[in-house]
Design a binder for this molecule. Structure first.
Ligand code: ADP
Ligand code: MG
Length: 299
């Protein structure tokens, strides 16, 4: 059993809407071990993005994160990312609990700053919007390289950046190095974003629907790129998608979310082979993808 890298326990995220308070993540627990790929699968609105943004300390909006524990293991040392949450939440009678969100955001920022990039980093959908439009792609990869390897000379940083662009399989990495996001296709922007993320050498890469919005053939290429990058070295990844085939192809273990809860947790191998009992919702996803469903019902 490899060492844990991330442990999320009983996470609760709520938002106030016109219809009252809504719990969008309702007691979610999951973990990622060193060198493991955890897939999070679920339909749109099931709470996948909110759960992963909480891990990154990026849930914006009030009240947002309202309970649970998120531990990140930095060189084996657990750090509780939600420490102090109880102190900013006020409960009064049977009214919905209130949270001092400004205080919380300040606390989270201070705590997360040394972890962002180095311990975990993320790739989102809409890569064009994740890249800085006013900086060349190369300059953005170089920034990551410099932060990860501060001892390198200017020339070495440049060479390393081109190297990263080659590793994400850009056909002409030197040209891309000098290009701006608007000069690249959507697929190339996502490759560039992956290079920017990986050049930081994070312990955990979080990819939230990184292929959504890309053309079908480009999607397949990006998924293949992730597969190749994972084979490269034991990389830990949290891969979020609504596409069961992508998740089963990349992940070692899969959790299935629905309406803010986890309805299923299984190894990708068991899911692919139709081994074990499946929650009816997972079974419907497998059936829709023409995969073996196995037995249905509670384990
Ligand atoms: N700021 C917000 N205020 C109210 N509801 C929100 C807010 N952000 C997200 N939600 C709701 O939270 C639910 C979960 O969203 P999300 O985690 O983005 O789903 P997924 O990534 O699985 O598609 C959705 O129903 C969404 O509408
Ligand atoms: Mg999402």
């Amino acid at each position: 059993m490899s060492a844990p890298l991330l442990a999320v326990d009983d996470l609760v995220i709520e938002f106030d809407t016109q219809a009252g308070r809504r719990r969008v993540v309702d007691g979610v627990s999951f973990g990622v071990a060193e060198g493991e790929v955890l897939g999070i699968l679920g339909e749109s609105g099931s709470g996948k993005t909110m759960s992963t943004l909480a891990v990154l300390g990026l849930v914006a909006g009030n009240p947002g994160v309202m309970g649970g524990s998120i531990k990140v293991f930095d060189d084996g040392q657990p750090r509780e990312l939600l420490e102090g949450l109880g102190r900013v939440i006020k409960r009064r009678g049977d009214k919905p609990a209130r949270k001092n969100d400004r205080r919380w955001q300040r606390l989270v920022f201070r705590r997360m700053k040394p972890l962002w990039g180095r311990v975990m980093t993320a790739v989102f959908q809409n890569p064009r919007h994740s890249l800085d439009p006013l900086m060349t792609v190369g300059a953005q990869v170089e920034e990551s390289v410099r932060l990860a390897e501060p001892a390198l000379s200017k020339a070495e940083v440049g060479a390393r950046a081109v190297d990263w662009l080659a590793r994400v399989q850009m056909t002409d990495p030197s040209r891309v190095h000098g290009s701006y996001a608007h000069e690249l296709s959507g697929g190339m922007c996502q490759r560039a974003m992956i290079a920017v993320a990986l050049a930081r050498r994070p312990r955990l890469l979080i990819a939230d629907e990184p292929t959504t919005g890309l053309d079908t053939t480009v999607r397949a290429e990006i998924v293949a790129l992730f597969k190749e990058l994972l084979a490269d070295r034991g990389r830990s990844m949290l891969y979020i998608s609504h596409d069961i085939r992508e998740v089963l192809y990349l992940a070692d273990r899969v959790i299935v979310m629905r309406h803010g809860r986890i309805v299923e947790e299984a190894t990708a191998a068991d899911l692919k082979a139709g081994v074990g009992r499946r929650d009816p919702y997972t079974a419907s996803l497998l059936a829709a993808a023409e995969l073996p469903v196995g037995q249905q019902g509670a384990a």
